[in-house]
Design a protein around this ligand. Sequence first.
Ligand SMILES: [Cu+2]
Length: 132
Amino acid sequence: MLNLNRTSRRLLLCAPLATIACGGSSASPTSPTPATAVQTTTITITSAGVSPNNIEVALGARVLFINNDSKSHTIASDPHPAHTDCPPINSVGFLAPGKSLETGNLTVARTCGYHDHDDPLNAKFQGHITIK
Ligand SMILES: [Cu+2]
């Protein structure tokens, strides 16, 4: 009887939160974007892509992009090719191998997408910065 009661209570608690907290595997295995943004102002680029690809920064912060890949990359704001959503991201621009550059001050509270302008459709080199 005790076990049954516990099970019943768990079911009642879990039902409304099933996809969040009770083991429901709702995330797509093919999605490269983690569900939770990482709080950091440093993004590292390797041949595997940008990491972390979903970050959160404070209003006014700058984000440093470090190119640890053996290839160059050109970081630009979405949308490609206009690059108009978040102009401070365009301050990064061309990054030779081993180089690092900062964005301008991110002073607008919003979510900014960016991409590698040299490889704009490659999801490995796309990410999001949420400013709040
Ligand atoms: Cu572009």
